[in-house]
Design a binder for this molecule. Sequence first.
Ligand SMILES: *Cc1c(COP(=O)(O)O)cnc(C)c1O
Length: 359
Amino acid sequence: MTKHKHYTGLIDRYRDRLPVSATTRIISLNEGNTPMIQLQNIPRMLGKDVDIYVKFEGLNPTGSFKDRGMTMAVTKAVEEGSQAIICASTGNTSASAAAYAARAGIKAFVLIPDGKIALGKLAQTLMYNATIIQINGNFDKGMELVKEVANHAPVTIVNSINPFRIDGQKTAAFEIVDDLGFAPDYHCLPVGNAGNITAYWKGYTEYATDRVCGNRPVMCGYQAAGAAPFVAGKMIDNPETVATAIRIGHPQSWDFAWAAQKESGGWFDKFTDEQILAAQKMLSQYEGIFCEPASAASLAGAMQDIASCKIPEGSKIVCTLTGNGIKDPEIAMQQCADAKPVTIDASLDAVKRAILDCL
Ligand SMILES: *Cc1c(COP(=O)(O)O)cnc(C)c1O
């Protein structure tokens, strides 16, 4: 009989590489362990000999990679005796913070930009019973306020400036190497606040240092054209993009992200909302994988850089799909406005005609 081990989350799996002790109470929703899916149809359509894998982080418990960081951040907050956590959020951090706070039995406060948060993320955060503070301002302003208020109230910040967030998120790189048996040549991901690119680079670097893998990937960070401070080389005010998860002009992990780019020989690039939405649609209709708009920036970037041979043939590429498409139903419905269902007679004839018309 094979020995069965119930999966209990990424802290348990990688506890040797995380700052927890044998007595730490782990706050987990069994996050991590997300699938690596090799794309089959899109590489063929590109006409290029490349292996593209997507790491589908939208299948985490609250539907985004934020859960990897949050299990660590909330575990440590509870260990340190904190009764409340706080974050600024474009939506996914708030959903994740709210869920892990509920699990831990502590309070969550989330600052969100008024009206610029995807519907599913708002619904989740409400259901998990966080206190939502909606501000007349964008994410960057919320971040500024959170940092100030944490000096005046007994709350632990769980944004990615909390180093435990980065530690939790680095486990995605471990999983990729453990799954493939090697590190990819290129790692493509969307960049907003830049905590995730920082975390992946940390994870790959730890594994390479300990010789778990031989190489570290070239890191490719992709932004939305209206919110691309790394491409501009300076912070920007009033960022704007349909990909609300990366609608950030003042990234907190600025220096770490530049270090990842330089040390890996990577680059930053930007894509229009149209390009990002086109990539989101392609992934859904040609591969059956529904990610949120921000996530699709990774594929938009990879496709462009493969087409131009900046990423050469023969490469093994991983794209992180940071969040689940179901979170943003409004964008999805807009994307499919032409395919809205029409109502027909409830008769065999009418249904038969509807089918035959489409074949
Ligand atoms: C948070 C988030 C990002 C951006 O990650 P950073 O660590 O802020 O760069 C991208 N996509 C989704 C879906 C997110 O939730």
